[in-house]
Design a protein around this ligand. Structure first.
Ligand SMILES: *[C@@H]1O[C@H](CO)[C@@H](O)[C@H](O)[C@H]1NC(C)=O
Ligand SMILES: *[C@@H]1O[C@H](CO)[C@@H](O)[C@H](O)[C@H]1NC(C)=O
Ligand SMILES: *[C@@H]1O[C@H](CO)[C@@H](O)[C@H](O)[C@H]1NC(C)=O
Ligand SMILES: *[C@@H]1O[C@H](CO)[C@@H](O)[C@H](O)[C@H]1NC(C)=O
Length: 650
């Protein structure tokens, strides 16, 4: 068990004690089920945890689970003593009031916080009378994104104790047929591997994971506290039809388009690499390694350019050159010598990258601009809006800009906005031993363009999600959802028009029968539409300003409320038995740095115990991880704030 020594600067009071995690004799999670159903890549997951208070006195019982960042929570319920308490999704501002009131009354307020790369933590608690039980039930939904030729469904299990009746049930139904399915992740290792059964028919797959209590203590990150890890279901669907799958139900359709039988398009790629002083050490080392790998992967008919920047710009060559052996060898030598120094002039560097691509028009090719930076612009033009407007003018929708933000010192929202404004995406690169692999992995996603200028056309369709895409890459997927006008399938004609190498191609397979499945499991086509629409409106809101921004915001909020999605615009207010604290759950934005919201790994359980034992009136209102071993907390004592330091020994 982890030992932690806590020093509290509370009126000079010094405390030292040992971590206690939930003890089965106090409260017992006697059943923990995760049930995930995936239909047409849309996953709905329900986590049900049943807990008994074994004590002779009332006990505050916590429910704490981790869900994928990409998912929206859509339902939360508690059952206590035959009574049901439903979470209610409200506009964030409205819920904020309740939140503030709760905090000002000295009550704790629930949080959804960002954890690591892919997960968010949902946490709430409720007071349960002596020898009574509580059932927590959380539902979340997500559209699985195809990356590098596969979909991944991540199930995180960390019930905090070994659980007698622990089950994960996964059911996948794909009309197109399942090509392969694999189970990966930390929970598929060691003795736990025996607890998995995976079966797979043509269109359906089932994965069951039923570990015994003993098995639950044996995985790489499992121990006396039970399991702590992921089960990752990896699969892909069959694709015999170039037009892809179109499914419809109750007036809505969703189209998955991912042809792979196309020729690759040669690309023109410019890498703009930050070498400012803050890249010092491992970051610059990993960047060099990744760049050299990436250069090795360029094809001979690709053209490329390489710029490094700090307060000045350094060209490897002023113009794009062909990726032949001689040029690549020379570029790799340049990459090996990249040194960290100076400030960060993002504006000048990105504009120069755009100039190089603009100066190199090549018919039948796909151009890509990739920016890697780890900080905010500190020299040259530093006004963020001015940079964004300069970059937009330089690129003029001619090629996508991808922004990779290295670490947490970057203003991620700035990078995300700039990428979205230029048909690209932003990605965070986490400072870790595998950062070079993350960089390389991102590059691989865009390494093989198959189509450019893709227009998805739906005659007889309305309320469509995004239909124009600058590039389509091998291994990815274009997804469009919408409504069918008057639900009339006769007049609904889907078509895809795009450029492949030097030809204009039209996909309009008249044989494509739009699968009309009115089965219960397909009632979620409308939810797929809502999910995609909300995600895209949130992206749009970020890019826009003025009344357009407001409209996107309003519509995203309206749909979030209608479909009961907890998004960055809404919050879930957890209703509880009378007299109890109100928890308000907010979804964090990706741009938010973890400093503000990082959960107190392993200590979350410790803190309530400290204050309950020693100072019943102490309450943690916010936590901040300043450094891995030093946790900085604000604690509210009868209305006053004190600071508490936590030095934990791992
Ligand atoms: C899982 O959820 C699906 C869909 O809600 C339901 O049909 C199924 O019975 C559930 N399975 C289990 C084991 O609870
Ligand atoms: C695209 O990916 C598929 C599957 O990974 C592969 O078989 C195919 O060769 C790739 N196409 C090109 C042009 O690289
Ligand atoms: C999509 O592209 C087509 C053809 O390039 C164009 O006519 C249309 O206006 C574009 N639609 C949007 C919404 O940008
Ligand atoms: C459509 O179906 C007909 C008959 O089944 C077949 O002959 C034809 O080749 C198909 N067309 C396409 C584009 O697949």
């Amino acid at each position: 068990m982890e030992r932690a020594v806590v020093q509290i600067t509370l009126f000079g009071l010094l405390l030292a004690l040992v971590t206690t995690l939930p003890n089965k004799d106090d409260w017992d999670i006697y059943s923990f089920h995760i049930n995930s159903t995936v239909t047409s890549r849309y996953a709905t997951t329900v986590i049900t945890s049943r807990v008994a208070n074994r004590m002779d006195e009332p006990k505050e019982i916590e429910f704490q689970v981790r869900i994928p960042k990409n998912a929206f929570i859509s339902k939360f319920r508690m059952f206590i003593d035959g009574q049901e308490y439903d979470g209610v999704v409200k506009a964030k501002e409205q819920a904020q009031q309740q939140y503030t009131e709760a905090v000002s009354r000295g009550q704790s307020a629930g949080l959804v916080s960002s954890v690591g790369r892919t997960l968010e933590e949902f946490k709430t608690s409720v007071n349960v009378a002596a020898h009574k039980k509580v059932t927590f039930e959380l539902t979340y939904e997500e559209l699985l994104k195809r990356k590098l030729g596969k979909y991944e469904l991540q199930i995180h299990a960390r019930p905090m104790q070994p659980v007698k009746d622990f089950k994960v049930d996964i059911y996948i139904h794909e009309q197109a047929g399942i090509n392969f399915i694999d189970v990966k992740g930390g929970l598929s290792t060691k003795a736990l591997a025996n607890a998995i059964t995976s079966t797979h028919a043509d269109k359906q797959a089932w994965v069951y994971f039923y570990p015994t209590e003993d098995q639950q203590k044996t995985c790489d990150s499992c121990g006396d506290q039970g399991m702590n890890g992921d089960l990752v279901i990896v699969y892909d669907v069959k694709r015999d039809n170039s037009m892809g799958d179109i499914k419809k139900s109750a007036g809505y359709f969703v189209h998955h388009f991912a042809p792979s039988n196309l020729q690759r398009i040669p690309k023109n790629v410019v890498f703009v690499i930050d070498q400012s002083g803050s890249m010092h050490g491992r970051k610059i080392q990993q960047t060099r390694i990744a760049l050299i790998h990436i250069l090795n992967d360029l094809a001979e008919d690709d053209y490329f350019g390489l710029i490094t920047f700090d307060s000045s710009i350094f060209h490897w060559k002023r113009e794009l050159v062909q990726a032949n052996k001689e040029n690549l060898d020379s570029a790799k030598k340049f990459a090996e010598r990249i040194q960290d120094r100076g400030a960060t002039d993002i504006n000048q560097a990105v504009l120069e990258g755009a100039r190089m691509l603009n100066a190199h028009p090549r018919e039948g090719s796909a151009s890509i601009l990739i920016l890697l930076t780890d900080g905010d612009p500190t020299t040259g033009v530093t006004n963020l809006e001015k940079i964004q407007s300069n970059v937009r003018k330089a690129i003029r929708d001619k090629f996508p800009l991808y922004c990779l933000g290295f670490g947490f010192d970057v203003n991620f929202e700035f990078l995300e906005k700039m990428a979205l404004q230029n048909n690209g995406v932003a990605r965070r690169i986490y400072e870790d031993s595998d950062a070079d692999l993350q960089l390389k992995g991102f590059y691989e996603e865009v390494a093989t363009p198959l189509l450019t200028d893709v227009s998805m056309i739906y005659v007889g369709g309305t309320n469509l999600t995004q239909t124009n895409f600058s590039h389509y890459y091998n291994g990815s997927e274009i997804v469009v959802a919408g409504q069918i006008t008057d639900n009339n399938i006769e007049t609904f004609i889907p078509q895809v028009v795009a450029i492949s190498t030097k030809r204009r191609v039209v996909f309009s397979d008249t044989n494509t029968t739009v699968q009309s499945t009115e089965a219960v499991s397909d009632s979620n086509i409308q939810r797929v539409w809502a999910y995609l629409t909300v995600k895209q409106l949130l992206d749009k809101e970020l890019q826009l300003s003025g009344p357009e921004k407001e409209n996107a915001n309003k519509e995203a909020l309206r749909l979030s409320l209608k479909y009961s999605f907890v998004t960055p615009l809404t919050s879930m207010v957890v209703t509880k038995p009378p007299g109890e604290n109100t928890d308000v759950l907010h979804k964090p934005k990706e741009g938010e740095t973890p400093q503000a919201r990082q959960p107190l790994h392993g200590h979350a359980m410790l803190l309530p115990d400290i204050h309950r034992r020693s100072h019943p009136r102490l309450r943690v209102i916010s936590g901040q991880a300043a450094a891995p071993r030093k946790t900085h907390l604000h604690v509210l004592v009868s209305g006053g704030i004190i600071t508490m330091y936590d030095y934990s020994l791992k």
